[in-house]
Design a protein around this ligand. Structure first.
Ligand SMILES: *[C@@H]1O[C@H](CO)[C@@H](O)[C@H](O)[C@H]1NC(C)=O
Ligand SMILES: *[C@@H]1O[C@H](CO)[C@@H](O)[C@H](O)[C@H]1NC(C)=O
Ligand SMILES: *[C@@H]1O[C@H](CO)[C@@H](O)[C@H](O)[C@H]1NC(C)=O
Ligand SMILES: *[C@@H]1O[C@H](CO)[C@@H](O)[C@H](O)[C@H]1NC(C)=O
Length: 406
């Protein structure tokens, strides 16, 4: 389990003697666990020791460092399942399907409703139920943490590297510093300080110069998160309006998996990622105004909280909106630690073939998509399937750089 007691103690402003004691324990653990070549411990002359097992390497495993990867979708959509099976096998991932349901098959009595008995539309309900079925499995099978994907996603062939970088960012924002125990690289974590109304200061930490943080013991992504919002249609950088959300950012410039700005988009506007940062920048930060639930990871504890808040209380909106409330601590829900990356790491794949009119942006009127595409993903697995099948590595870049930025 994630060590909530420890994080609760760190979340107090003053150092409790137990924290200091734990700090010493952590330092001792570090000496044994961390190889001496990086971090401050190496430089003060502790014996260099190669780590027996850094959790970060678990991100290379078949479930990307989670205990399970679930894919939610209707069993009727065999086309999507075929695609997911192929993507997973081409990248060495192990996935398990969770059956979604059609909204029309959900009976009124099974939908938590408010006093005015408003029933959401069938697509909203079907989607909600599919995700709740996944959450239910995580709880019932006592799964420590799981990644939940929708069945129409695709990702970069370098997904492990990208997830590893993401984990480094999350650790930086949420794990205590080794240099000064009880404090964090992001001064607004875990408790954002009250700030003046005019300025909203936030800390930017360069990915190229990450401070050394206490290695996590349970998850390669750190032990202080509830949800990782990995596939979305946009996020906002925390702007201080919500006083609960920490504002630190890890800035990874020169990440060539990020296409040039003209290939990026975001539903929440303005799109600060492209307005503020140079091209090929990825930013890891706490989630605000997340949209779309293409992919997200949850801990066991968060799964239980989601079932309680989103499964059993009134279904008042689409799943992604309710998940956003869950993250932000709004609409009567408690705040939860949700972290994200802009751009996301899992995106919609739109295959070649007939498209149902009106559901997609940028399709031609005849309702047929000539060319498959995956949003914002340069070396898409699906679009490189033939190359991966042959064991080649000369991947096709969906969004090559051009000099003249439009
Ligand atoms: C669930 O998993 C946790 C952590 O692995 C363990 O401590 C707990 O005993 C498990 N619960 C059950 C009912 O197996
Ligand atoms: C993880 O996998 C990547 C390729 O997917 C490889 O380059 C790297 O060396 C692996 N790391 C470990 C620790 O196995
Ligand atoms: C992958 O790593 C995670 C995190 O350590 C672990 O819980 C999970 O069991 C591993 N999965 C596999 C298939 O090795
Ligand atoms: C289900 O509830 C909705 C909204 O309250 C109502 O319009 C509909 O008639 C109900 N369906 C059944 C089968 O009772």
């Amino acid at each position: 389990m994630f060590d909530q007691k420890l994080s609760a103690m760190f979340s107090r402003r003053t150092l409790h003697p137990v924290v200091i004691a734990l700090g010493f324990v952590s330092v001792l653990c570090l000496i044994y666990l961390q190889s001496g070549h990086h971090g401050s411990l190496g430089s003060v002359g502790y014996p260099s020791r190669s780590s027996p097992h850094d959790l970060i390497d678990d991100i290379n495993n078949s479930t990307l460092g989670f205990q399970k990867i679930f894919v939610v979708g209707l069993p009727q959509r065999t086309d999507r399942r075929d695609r997911m099976i192929l993507e997973a096998s081409l990248t060495g991932l192990e996935i398990e399907f969770i059956d979604g349901v059609l909204g029309k098959d959900i009976v009124n009595k099974s939908i938590p409703m408010g006093p005015n008995k408003e029933r959401m539309g069938d697509p909203v309900l079907g989607c909600w139920r599919g995700h709740m079925n996944a959450i239910q499995q995580i709880i019932q099978r006592n799964i420590t943490s799981a990644l939940i994907l929708e069945d129409d996603v695709d990702f970069d062939v370098r997904i492990r590297k990208l997830m590893r970088n993401f984990a480094m960012g999350v650790r930086t924002l949420t794990q205590p510093l080794t240099s000064s125990l009880g404090s964090f690289a992001d001064p607004s974590f875990p408790l954002p300080r009250e700030q003046s109304s005019q300025s909203d200061p936030f800390t930017e930490i360069s990915f190229d110069n990450l401070p050394s943080t206490v290695p996590p013991r349970v998850s390669p992504y750190g032990d202080n998160w509830d949800q990782l919002w990995l596939g979305h249609c946009g996020q906002r950088f925390p702007d201080g309006k919500n006083k609960l959300i920490p504002r630190g950012r890890v800035i990874h410039t020169g990440d060539l998996s990020v296409p040039q700005p003209r290939h990026l988009w975001s539903w929440p506007q303005p799109f600060e990622l492209v307005e503020r940062y140079p091209e090929h920048t990825r930013v890891i930060h706490h989630s605000q105004e997340g949209v779309c639930t293409l992919g997200y990871a949850v801990t066991q504890k968060a799964a239980r909280q989601i079932l309680y808040e989103i499964g059993l209380k009134e279904v008042r909106s689409a799943i992604d909106i309710m998940l956003r409330w869950f993250c932000e601590g709004s609409e009567g829900m408690a705040y939860h630690r949700c972290l994200t990356s802009q751009p996301g790491l899992f995106h919609h794949h739109r295959p070649r073939g007939p498209v149902s009119a009106g559901t997609d942006i940028g399709d031609h009127g005849d309702g047929f998509r000539e060319k498959a595409l995956t949003d914002m993903t340069r070396w898409s697995v699906m679009l490189n399937a033939d190359i991966l099948l042959e064991g080649r590595t000369d991947f096709v870049d969906q969004f090559p750089d051009t000099q003249d930025q439009a």
